[in-house]
Ligand binder design. Sequence first.
Ligand code: ATP
Ligand code: MG
Length: 389
Amino acid sequence: MNQNMVTWLLKPSELTLKGDNRKSFEGVLKSNIQRLLSKIEAKVSVKFTAGRYYISAPEEKSNEIEDILSHLIGISGWAKTVTCEKTPQAVINAAAEEGRKIYANGARTFKIDARRTDKSFPLSSYELCCEGGNAVTNAVTDIKVDIHNPQDTIRIEIREKAFVYSGGKKGLYGLPVGTAGRGLLLLSGGIDSPVAAFFMATRGIIIDAIHFHAYPYTSIEAKEKVITLAKLTGKYCMGIHLYILNFTKVQMRIKERSPAEWTTVLLRMAMMEAAEKAAKKIKCKCLITGESLSQVASQTMENIACTQSRIKLPVFRPLIGISKEEIITKAKQIGTFETSILPFQDCCTLFTPKHPVLRGKVNEANELYEKLELDELIEESLQDYELVK
Ligand code: ATP
Ligand code: MG
């Protein structure tokens, strides 16, 4: 039973944090890891000592564990390791074995990276590098040491156990989700808002999401798409609670009472106002949007000033200075892009005017907004929501 247990070694990121802060961050990360692992049906354990997390799980659960780790915010790297007896000979043998493995995977140059936190171990880090390197070149004839530009690296870590491994993976970095409070994401069906959620999650924010639809003007599929996006994004955010609100009446009111060129900005103002009210109810302390400066007419500096002019909560816009190309690259990386580009119409494109105002004035926007008398309609949409966890 014990033979096929494997250990993963995880290195937390942002260890520059100090004192109590650091302690509480380590605790949050540990409980996030435990929560994610609790879905695996097997005996899995997590331990934190001397700055590293150790996950122990049966080998056959490797794929599930690695899927979890590749979505885990708060670690700079992780590796599946071989633990061996803490003696020089056992460690050197394990290094040679690892050398055979990297050779079989195609590496022809390598280096050894050795670390020793247990100073009672008889070999120093330098000696481990030399002896480990020799063991590898003796075991595999056709491989050379290249310290500066190796094709692969074999790592030896002498901690409370001895770990030997290669092929460590980069983590997602950032701060563990849950260390920075709760924020409300305005989630549309587009490319940008899921990426915005990801970025804010990497700063430790727990993400709740709100989506406005205009059924029956928008389709059920459009709503399903947003639910899928919340699920995909939620893999990084320890899950997302998605509040879905019907904004049809609000939108119709805007269409009836405002000049066509103003409808988009006014709809944005209404969304912000409704989102702020919802945020207060569910104890979110900021709003998050996928806005990016000048990407579309409603996101010019002046129009952004209009859309935030009626609310007090801070609005975080992590994409404000990011180009569309970079946003798309990130969306592909996190796996939301393919869903985002499905062609279901979002409520914003419903009554899109041909010539929207590009540089709205805040005073004018608010005069028009007040004529809409939206309070009751917004209240109604807030009462009658659908919650998807
Ligand atoms: P996205 O790709 O995120 O849809 P976009 O480029 O289409 O962004 P807009 O449609 O102008 O830009 O939306 C700007 C931001 O407003 C979105 O990133 C999102 O945060 C919010 N938003 C837009 N539509 C909705 C909606 N129907 N429900 C909730 N939030 C929305
Ligand atoms: Mg959109």
